[in-house]
Structure formats: C-alpha cells, structure tokens
Design a protein around this ligand. Structure first.
Ligand SMILES: NC(=O)c1ccc[n+]([C@@H]2O[C@H](COP(=O)([O-])OP(=O)(O)OC[C@H]3O[C@@H](n4cnc5c(N)ncnc54)[C@H](OP(=O)(O)O)[C@@H]3O)[C@@H](O)[C@H]2O)c1
Length: 326
C-alpha cells in the first residue's frame, strides 16, 4: 500500500469507438491487495498504473461510431477488456483492469465501447461497482461451467465478495447451500441471505466431517474453492463422486499437498475459473435485474480513503464487498 499515490493526470478524451466515463464508485477484490506489491506476475503491468479492477461510471461522451452506449448510461467496465465470448486465450486474458491496464480509481476513464455493459437500474452505484470480478467469478462457476439446478448441494467458503455472490446465485438456482466461515456472527448473517447450513471452520477445523450430516453422506455437487492450500484437501473429502470443484482462490496458500487419488476414484472435475467473459457478464446482469438481486455491501469509503479501504479488506472483518465512492 505504501506504493500508492494520489496523482493528477490530464482528462482523457474518447476516440472513435470509445466512451468517456465519469466514474461513480469502485469496489475492492483480494487481487487489488496483491497488484501494488508487484506480486501478480505479468498482470502487474508497467508503472505508473491506476489500481482497482472494478467500478461503475456514467457515460459522459461517446466517440464517433459508438452504438453500444450513449451519454447518461450507467455502465460497468468489463474486468477482462478483451474477452467478449468463448474460451480464454492469452490475448483475451491480457487486458484486465487494475493491472496490467489502468483501473477504476480515477475520476474519468476512456474505454472501448465493447468493454462496457449497462447495469440494472435497481442497484446502487456501490452494488453495481461490485459486479465485474467477484460476481462474474461466482456466476461463471455456478452457471457457465456447471449449470446447477434445484436441489443441488453447494459448499461456499467464507463470506467475502466471491463467496456471498456464490451463495446468492446458488440460491437463485434452487440449490441447498452450506457456508463455512470463521465467525458465528457472519454465519448468522449468511443464513439471512439464504444459507441452509453453516459450519465455523475456526471452532470445527475438520469441517469436512461435519458436512457428512448436512449432505446425509452424499457429498456436495459443487464446491467453490476459495481457500486453496488448507481447504482443498478437505473439499476432496466431501465432494460427491462426479462433482465439480471450482478452483477460484488461494486465500490460505497456493501450494498443494492433497489426496489426489480422490480426484480419480470419485471422478471429480477440477474446474479452474478466471473471472469470465462479456457474454457471461451480461447473462448475469439479466439475472440480477430479473430477480432484483441485492449485492451485499460491507462498507463504503471515500475516494481519498483507498488505503484505509484496502487495510479494511486485508483485515478480513468484512462481510461482502468493500466499496469506494468517487
Ligand atoms: N479465479 C478468479 O477469477 C478469482 C476472482 C476473484 C477472486 N479470486 C480469489 O478468490 C479468493 C476470494 O476473493 P474475494 O475477493 O472474495 O476475497 P475477500 O472478499 O477478501 O474474502 C475473504 C474471505 O474468505 C474467507 N476465508 C479466508 N481464509 C479462508 C479459509 N482458509 N477457509 C475458508 N474461508 C476463508 C474469510 O471469510 P470469513 O471471514 O467468513 O471466514 C474472508 O473474509 C481470493 O483468493 C481471490 O484472489 C479469484
């Protein structure tokens, strides 16, 4: 965080096929803590870099030939600016915001019209700003790569940004959802969002054993793996044969010592997820609009308080999304 500086740049102007956004809000992801430490590989980009991948803005000017957006529209920039449809490729993954491409912590942004999507009217600016990375990642896991249906059993790890969107989307699909969390207070709040069962992984470190009762010994159809090193070995013990483990995060470490035989004998599908494309994002926006889904905002900071907001995220006391108002 000591590498972050408030700075002034000339106002950007949109060229042909581009839109100028006046940014209204941003939201933080775990990744935003890693990029300023220069610890995110090639995604760190060249300096100086405007941080933070997620946000929402109002179109204030459209360049020549723009048809996807007009002045007055409220839009989210896509997390992966070059990934519109289909499978990921190196080129499609090469232009993520907040590293290597300039991100959303700016008063104005210029983006290609293909790189923005209109957001549902019922969302506050902070809720809309929460969608590009965390929400799409959860949607890609649950809908794009699995198409979970009613009665499916799903396990979600923690109560951070990705986890609560996963809980909300899984409930939209009619799933039975178990949440694991370090806090009984957060567990109580997750239940008000629809969690059917919850286990405190601090007081029950071998939480996979406690899931046997929850799933009547059948195991989960889908587990969203956010912990990585410390959680994957347990997830492999409570996934059902033929189930899917969405490999999303490495909050507890990124190196692996796990009973890999279970992947084979249970025919488990290990599905890596890297956010998602614009087709998925816009399908998700339609579902959020249709169901008037309310993303969970933990706390809103002012633009000048970015470092305080990042410290709040790092501290892990949050429930849902940490946001910035521009
Ligand atoms: N692959 C992708 O495309 C993608 C996209 C977005 C994020 N991610 C990754 O997904 C992870 C979560 O991101 P986020 O932005 O949602 O983070 P976040 O909002 O900071 O969420 C962190 C929460 O995870 C829970 N947690 C931490 N350690 C845990 C553990 N060992 N076991 C279970 N839960 C644990 C805690 O919840 P409690 O306080 O309730 O315990 C913590 O508050 C990160 O590793 C991030 O890099 C990946």
């Amino acid at each position: 965080m000591e590498h972050l500086r408030l700075a002034t740049r000339p106002d950007p102007r949109p060229g042909p096929g581009q839109v100028l956004l006046r940014m209204k809000a941003a939201s933080l992801n775990y990744r935003d803590l890693v990029v300023p430490m220069r610890a995110y590989g090639s995604h760190t980009g060249t300096l100086p870099l405007i941080p933070i991948s997620d946000g929402v803005g109002e179109v204030v000017e459209a360049g020549a030939g723009v048809t996807r957006a007009k002045p007055g529209d409220r839009v989210c920039p896509l997390f992966a600016q070059a990934w519109i449809s289909g499978e990921p490729t190196p080129e499609r993954l090469s232009r993520s915001l907040g590293g290597p491409v300039d991100g959303t912590m700016a008063e104005y942004m210029v983006l290609p019209e293909a790189g923005v999507s209109k957001v549902p009217a019922h969302l506050s600016d902070e809720q809309a700003a929460s969608l590009p990375c965390a929400a799409l990642t959860a949607w890609s896991a649950i809908v794009t790569h699995d198409n979970l249906g009613p009665g499916s059993r799903v396990l979600v790890q923690g109560t951070g940004g990705v986890a609560l969107f996963a809980l909300q989307f899984a409930k939209l699909r009619g799933a039975q959802v178990t949440v694991i969390s370090s806090s009984d207070e957060k567990i109580a709040r997750a239940k008000t969002l629809g969690a059917d069962a919850a286990i405190n992984y601090r007081t029950t470190p071998e939480w996979y054993k406690a899931t046997r009762e929850v799933t009547a010994g059948r195991g989960y159809d889908h587990i969203l793996e956010l912990g990585g090193e410390k959680t994957l070995p347990q997830s492999l013990r409570c996934i059902r044969p033929g189930g899917t483990l969405s490999m999303i995060g490495v909050l507890s470490g990124g190196m692996l010592s796990a009973p890999l035989g279970l992947v084979v004998t249970r025919q488990v599908r290990l599905q890596g997820i890297t956010v998602g494309n614009r087709d998925g994002f816009e399908a998700m926006l339609r579902a959020i609009d249709q169901h008037r889904l309310q993303p969970v905002t933990d706390k809103v900071f002012q633009f000048e308080q970015l470092k305080e907001a990042m410290a709040h995220l790092k501290n892990g006391a949050h429930f849902g999304k940490v946001c910035i108002r521009h």
